[in-house]
Design a protein around this ligand. Structure first.
Ligand SMILES: *Cc1c(COP(=O)(O)O)cnc(C)c1O
Length: 348
């Protein structure tokens, strides 16, 4: 597996910008910093942040049992995904594969980068990958396959054997989006990085960690992949406040664990309660912090819920999701409001 051969020509040739803080790395001792045209009078944010976010990466590396050189941080995982496109996909030539119904950003980022998307639907009923379909969709220009596990909006964890088969048959990068991994009983694919040089795993602080406003996403991959992404990332993409806050929450992981446990209990209560609502026809088991439910008329129920002040996600237009709404698991009180509202709706 030669990662170098997957990289775009312009990126291979690129000489990255070297920032002042790349050239001189502080050793923690007192220095006179006259290298970066910063204002010496500030309110604690007058200095540029560490472009390599070493403190945060060291902590993540320890938790996930990888080398810090296998980690890239992004302004949300959306930035990480965009960097993958820009590093590996030649506009107007290369292609990627996605497995709808899934996260909408893969397609949007592909469109922004002028990359064709070959969509291979998940199998109806199980929401598992269609291996034969994927095999057929692969061409010599296919650079990446996006797998989302647990998948948004279905809540399904992709079967280990199927993912292994994809990793083995495909010679490009297999990107596994684990935004919801902390809500799942499935282990993270980060543990399998040594076995698969073409494996890229993305995670985020936006969901289980309760920090969507912080904008911090993580990418775990081989050192070869990470060094390519490092070459093209904006030098100071993770600001000082974000790095500081991330370090803080990484040292207070018990609080996050408690919130996740509460949400998992609520998820099961909500699934049961939804099963009792007359407008709900079907729910799927979920390993995320949301539930996909088929209702009698998604567009109608969506607007009726809105009228009652409850905002949910209408997935009706997604393939295999006809008349489906996606409910995020909220606080116990919020979930009760949702159930009360649904129970008050009359069948059409
Ligand atoms: C919410 C979500 C993300 C998070 O993106 P951020 O940019 O990190 O907030 C990524 N992938 C999936 C599938 C999601 O649902």
């Amino acid at each position: 597996m030669n990662i170098e051969s997957l990289v775009r020509e312009n990126v291979k040739k690129l000489k990255p910008y070297s920032s002042a803080r790349d050239e001189y790395v502080s050793d923690g001792t007192d220095k006179v910093f006259l290298d970066a045209n910063e204002n010496p009078f500030g309110q604690g944010l007058n200095r540029y942040p560490d472009p390599q976010q070493r403190a945060v990466k060291d902590k993540l590396a320890e938790i996930r049992k990888v080398s810090p050189r296998q980690i890239l941080l992004g302004n949300g995982s959306d930035e990480v995904l965009d960097l993958l496109f820009r590093a590996f996909c030649e506009p107007g030539r290369d292609r990627v594969i996605t497995l709808p119904p899934t996260y909408g950003m893969y397609k949007v980022l592909a469109d922004i980068n002028t990359i064709e998307v070959d969509e291979v639907l998940l199998e109806e009923g199980t929401f598992q990958p269609d291996l034969e379909g994927i095999r057929k969709a692969c061409s010599e220009h296919t650079k990446m396959i996006f797998l989302c596990s647990p998948n948004n909006p279905t809540g399904t964890v992709l079967e280990q054997e199927k993912v292994e088969a994809i990793l083995e048959m495909f010679t490009g990068l297999v990107v596994i989006d684990e935004a919801y991994i902390d809500f799942s009983t499935a282990g993270s694919w980060v543990e399998r990085l040594e076995e698969y040089p073409n494996l890229v795993v993305t995670q985020t602080f936006s969901k289980a960690w309760g920090l969507a406003g912080l904008r911090l996403g993580t990418c775990y991959a081989s050192e070869a992949v990470i060094s390519v992404l490092n070459k093209i990332k904006p030098p100071y993409n993770i600001n000082a406040l974000t790095q500081e806050k991330a370090l803080q929450v990484l040292s207070e992981r018990e609080t996050v664990k408690e919130a996740v446990e509460c949400l998992l209990e609520e998820r099961e209560l909500l699934i049961k309660a939804l099963g009792q609502c007359s407008v709900v026809e079907q729910t799927w088991p979920s390993e995320g912090n949301f539930i996909l439910a088929r209702v009698d008329d998604a567009n109608l129920r969506y607007t009726q819920l809105l009228d009652k002040g409850i905002v949910v996600r209408n997935r009706n237009s997604q393939p295999l999701c006809q008349n489906c709404l996606r409910f995020t698991v909220g606080t116990p009180g919020e979930n009760q409001k949702l159930i009360n509202a649904l129970e008050s709706l009359q069948n059409v």
